[in-house]
Design a protein around this ligand. Structure first.
Ligand SMILES: Nc1ncnc2c1ncn2[C@@H]1O[C@H](COP(=O)(O)OP(=O)(O)O)[C@@H](O)[C@H]1O
Ligand SMILES: O=C(CO)[C@H](O)[C@H](O)COP(=O)(O)O
Length: 541
């Protein structure tokens, strides 16, 4: 194994729903510089949401060049690169050319985004088969996963389906684009493609039963035949073409990647610090969506919580993944609906803040988290605009709001914002409970993602779940998780466990406030009552 010198650095690349980001880290995990670039997203009726893989690659290149320039290091000081991305489906034709995936027919739009629910009916039909692989996705496959999306393509765009050379998770597309390797990460295919990671195989019978037998007939060559752990060094590193695009050195080691939420998990669950251990920490990755990750020694079957997935995040251990499809996106949507939103957005812009961050600072100036019961009043929000991912695995669930009055001022916007945050915290509490009921111990939540940068957000999560919430000491824990993959691929660490221990440390700790415990319990009961009413209304219509 080659040990690296101190002028060697690692590059983490994270493609979220809204942007691509890159961060340069030193061997201790310290962030030197980061940069980001927006990515295009198209929405259409029918729950259609699409990206372009070439646009994403260009955004990755811009952010990498920006981060490396700001870090002030020579490109050949990058000793290893890790990628993570949302679990979106990329479709490539012969020679890697993009193929259209939707009604627009535009080949540039060749990525079905994770939040695209066009395959709801396909997911329903797959679930009706009751096949054994479903036990390994929490009992219910989600339209956000790739198998229902492949079936949608086969049924609705047979030309694209038959012409496709490769179907890839976005992370695997990025590592292919960087190195030419067609290896798939065990993380992506186990979590989103029904690969049985614990048996190292695709389930032939499942694919035939659901109507995707053609993939089995081809021995799965279009969805991946070489499945490797995150951190595995791929091919001969960066190709000359990718190196030129990124402004880096040809041959730089590139690691097999992870789904973005899982990179957040890797960046936080093994961090040095006294709160919890890998087996009692639940990662909470709070971005456009919210993803929760728990790690166990043995498989735990928790209905409505995805998994158990073997080795999908921490190698050799099992993973259960919950979360909410709309989290940051739900807050944004909620705020836009309020009459004071435009005025408040202007005020936020003047302070160069997003509306959510500005409202968090307005809360601080009114006394902060201790004042939330007064500020939020009797407004309650179940922010399930895009369904309930966990623990109900109900993509058709919808948001509910109770307790609105006639006010249209800043105070009422603030109440709505805080009620939305409390609602997300109640959702997290339900996920923790569902796992605790199956014997998964959770005593600490370790957070990452854009929204978790806010201290107020972390405190609300602590109060609503009754658990200790620990931030990472790193300002960019998701990027750090990816950089750790790069460090393993470079040989600087033998494995991811070693990299987590060496490169990450916990930061700010938020503990639940005893004075708010009864209030939080009452809100949780209201949240569950509203969810129940929502279900009753839907089943009656
Ligand atoms: N203080 C805050 N309160 C609530 N939501 C926030 C706050 N700060 C950021 N967010 C939300 O976090 C999301 C951005 O997080 P990020 O991790 O960058 O997303 P992604 O990885 O999905 O692109 C946005 O939806 C944003 O509105
Ligand atoms: O399903 C996922 C993880 O399993 C998606 O990749 C994720 O929910 C989207 O991530 P983000 O909110 O960071 O954009």
């Amino acid at each position: 194994m080659t040990k690296q010198s101190d002028d060697q650095h690692f590059l983490g690349i994270d493609v979220g729903t809204g942007s691509a980001r890159a961060g340069v880290f030193d061997r201790s995990g310290k962030l030197l510089a980061s940069d980001n670039a927006p990515i295009a997203l198209w929405r259409e009726p029918g729950d259609i949401v699409e990206h372009s893989s070439e646009d994403i690659w260009r955004a990755v290149c811009r952010s990498v060049r920006g981060a490396v320039a700001q870090a002030g290091i020579a490109p050949d000081c990058i000793a290893g690169i890790g990628f993570d991305a949302t679990c979106s489906l990329v479709v490539l034709g012969e020679g890697g050319a993009p193929l259209p995936v939707g009604p627009s027919g535009d080949p540039a739009r060749n990525v079905i985004v994770w939040m695209d629910h066009r395959a709801a009916d396909q997911a329903r039909r797959i679930n009706q088969t009751g096949e054994t692989v479903l036990d390994y996705v929490g009992g219910t496959i989600s339209p956000e996963m790739e198998t229902p999306k492949l079936l949608w393509l086969a049924e609705n765009m047979p030309d694209t389906f038959s012409r496709a050379w490769q179907f890839m998770d976005l992370t695997d597309f990025l590592t292919w684009r960087a190195t030419g390797s067609l290896s798939r990460s065990i993380c992506t295919v186990t979590c989103k493609w029904t690969y049985l990671g614990h048996e190292n195989r695709w389930d032939d019978q499942f694919f035939r039963r659901v109507g995707l037998g053609v993939l089995a007939d081809e021995q799965f060559r279009r969805i991946g035949t070489e499945i490797v752990p995150g951190g595995t060094r791929l091919a001969a590193g960066l190709t000359a073409e990718a190196a030129a695009d990124l402004g880096l050195a040809t041959g730089t080691p590139v690691a097999a990647g992870l789904i973005d939420a899982h990179a957040g998990g890797v960046g936080t669950v093994g961090a040095r610090g006294t709160a919890g251990t890998v087996l009692t920490r639940m990662a909470y990755v709070f971005g456009t969506s919210a993803c929760t990750m728990t790690t166990t020694l043995d498989p735990s079957f928790v209905p409505g919580v995805w998994g158990p997935y073997f080795s999908a995040m921490v190698p050799g251990l099992w993973l259960n993944e919950g979360g909410q499809s709309a989290a940051g996106a739900a807050i944004e949507h909620l705020l836009q609906m309020h009459p004071h939103s435009a005025q408040a957005t202007q005020a936020a812009r003047q302070k160069q803040q997003t509306l959510a961050d500005w409202l968090a600072s307005e809360t601080e100036s009114r006394g902060g988290d201790g004042m939330i019961p007064q500020l939020v009043g009797e407004v309650h929000v179940v922010p399930e605009f895009l369904g309930n991912r966990a623990p109900f695995a109900d993509p058709e669930a919808r948001a509910l709001i109770a307790g609105l009055d006639m006010r249209s001022d800043l105070e009422s916007l603030l109440a709505l914002y805080l009620a939305g945050l409390c609602g997300l915290g109640c959702g997290a509490r339900q996920i923790v409970r569902a796992q605790q009921d199956k014997g998964i111990a959770v005593d600490t939540i370790v957070v990452s993602g854009g929204a978790a940068k806010s201290r107020l957000v972390r405190q609300v999560l602590a109060d609503m779940t009754g658990l200790t919430v620990a931030a990472s000491a790193s300002p960019e824990a998701v990027l750090l998780g990816s950089a750790m993959l790069g460090s393993v691929a470079s040989g600087d660490h033998d494995n991811l466990g070693e990299a987590m221990e060496a490169m990450s440390v916990l930061g700010d700790i938020s503990r639940p406030q005893a004075a708010l415990a009864d209030w939080a319990d009452r809100r949780f009961r209201a949240f569950e009552a509203l969810q129940k009413v929502g279900r009753a209304i839907r089943s009656a219509s």
